[in-house]
Write a new protein. Structure first.
Ligand code: SAM
Ligand code: SF4
Length: 464
């Protein structure tokens, strides 16, 4: 095997920090929250203190601090994307997943390039501009080039005024050379979840296939970054192990990437274990995360790594999704299907990866987001202007990224409303746009109005 760099996840240090974090008082918690509002991130010791909070007043202060940091750095935009499952074939045996190799309750299928083009067309016709390509870990006869071809197919598909402008991918860990191919295919973010950073738990839930190798998985982001992919997305599958352990381990992973590459992850995902056909574990998570702890997770991550996007998928219900917008979430999926072919044929129990918590179509999700005062964004500007990796972080850290995000969110939202919005969503959306413009400073308003005007007069894909 080629040499790999395994990020040091020090379990003993994590356990010590967890014990120390329990011995805090209100004064120490408030001191951490004050430091958090400086938006420079937090140490593991600080994070452990926040994880131990249960007093309702202090929890209220934690959520308020997260809200403030979220608005300061990201403004009020929420970026939309859709997953595109190209295959549910898999040779691994992850006990929590419906796609695991020995599960006979799922009908296996790898979409052809024609089918992928058709799924893409349907997503474009809903108004999507960003796709997250997802696959099990077993490709048809052409091997990994199946993924590369699929990315090309997605980028090449057009319908009416629309096209997919950014393809992100969540596929199994790759070799350095494969990551280079992925980069050459114009990947946006490479996303991969460690599932659990706890080695003992990892061994218990991954019973077969290459995925059993913890080190190969935890070292994947190092290889992706070595290959020049500087936007990477990490995550934990919450419910497998103690969430407090996972957060501190994730912090160690992040600090390792920052130290080695000068930049941390572009996004963090917070999937919670959902029921899945043919998986007992998915219905009875070994260490379930309550709704209140889930909100704490989002708020603490927002404060600990303020510059990193937080992704909330349709695994969660509409209510939980709404609540977490304010606490730090910056990207959400909408109108998702987890069965290959799902946009063409509808949701199918015997083909999907897990059960969805939010079944609403994209238009309804957009209307809801706008009615809450957030700007639904289809922006892909940063990636296409090369503002990725360190360049993105240099803008995000001082809170400057929102000067691009807000105008871009507004211009892409207007594009959505004109080309795809229902009359009800258009009405709610126009009100949201007017309010947002009214609340902007003169410079941002002038720039946004100029961009919006271009879209209203027929230009598409307007960004700064
Ligand atoms: N097969 C690749 C892998 O495992 O890395 C990539 C895609 S996998 C389909 C995407 C993610 O779905 C996994 O990393 C896992 O965290 C998540 N997942 C699997 N089963 C799940 C379940 N029952 N509930 C929620 N998320 C689940
Ligand atoms: Fe396969 Fe990924 Fe599901 Fe594991 S999580 S069974 S690797 S698709």
């Amino acid at each position: 095997m080629t040499d790999i760099t395994v990020p040091p996840i020090d379990e003993q240090k994590i356990e010590e920090a967890l014990v120390a974090g329990q011995r805090h008082d209100a004064a120490r918690a408030r001191e951490v929250l004050d430091r958090a509002s400086e938006m420079k991130g937090l140490s593991s010791g600080d994070v452990a203190v926040l994880m131990g909070l249960s007093d309702p007043d202090l929890l209220g202060e934690l959520f308020a601090a997260a809200r403030k940091v979220k608005e300061e750095i990201y403004g009020r935009r929420i970026v939309l994307f859709a997953p595109l499952y190209i295959s549910n074939m898999c040779r691994n045996e992850c006990l929590y997943c419906a796609f695991r190799a020995r599960n006979t309750a799922v009908k296996r299928r790898a979409l052809t390039q024609e089918e992928i083009a058709h799924e893409t067309k349907l997503l474009v016709e809903q108004g999507h501009k960003r796709v997250l390509l997802v696959a099990g870990e077993s490709y048809p006869h052409e091997g990994f080039s199946y993924v590369i071809k699929s990315i090309e197919t997605i980028y090449a598909t057009r319908s009416g005024n629309g096209e997919i402008r950014r393809v992100n991918a969540n596929v199994a860990p790759l070799t350095l050379d494969e990551f280079k191919e992925l980069k050459a295919a114009r990947i946006g973010t490479y996303q991969l979840f460690q599932e659990t950073y706890h080695r003992g738990t990892y061994a218990k839930v991954h019973l077969g296939g290459v995925k059993r190798d913890y080190d190969w998985r935890v070292s994947a982001m190092d290889r992706a970054m070595e290959a020049g992919i500087d936007d990477v997305g990490i995550g934990v599958l919450f419910g497998l192990c103690d969430w407090r352990f996972e957060i501190l381990a994730m912090m160690q992973h992040i600090r390792h990437l920052e130290k080695r590459f000068g930049v941390g992850p572009h996004t963090i995902s917070v999937p919670r274990l959902e029921p899945a056909v043919g998986s007992d574990m998915a219905s009875q998570p070994p260490q379930p995360v309550s709704d209140i702890d889930f909100r704490k997770i989002v708020a603490i991550l927002r404060l600990a790594v303020p510059y990193t996007g937080i992704i909330m998928s349709t695994r969660e219900s509409a209510n939980i999704r709404r609540e977490t917008f304010a606490l730090g979430v910056s990207q959400i999926s909408g109108g998702s299907r987890t069965n290959p072919g799902g946009y063409t044929e509808g949701e199918k129990e015997d083909g999907g990866q897990f059960c969805l918590g939010d079944h609403r179509p994209l238009d309804e999700v957009i209307r809801d987001v706008a009615s809450l005062g957030y700007i639904p964004s289809f922006c892909t500007g940063c990636y296409r202007l090369g503002r990725t990796g360190r360049d993105f972080m240099d803008l995000a850290k001082p809170g400057d990224i929102k000067h691009h995000c807000d105008p871009n969110a507004l211009s892409t939202f207007v594009e959505y409303l004109m080309d795809y919005g229902s009359p009800e969503t258009r009405a709610v959306g126009e009100e949201c746009i007017a309010k947002t413009l009214a609340g902007m400073d003169d410079k941002a308003r002038a720039l946004s109005q100029k961009m919006i005007e271009k879209v209203r007069s027929g230009k598409r894909d307007v960004f700064c």
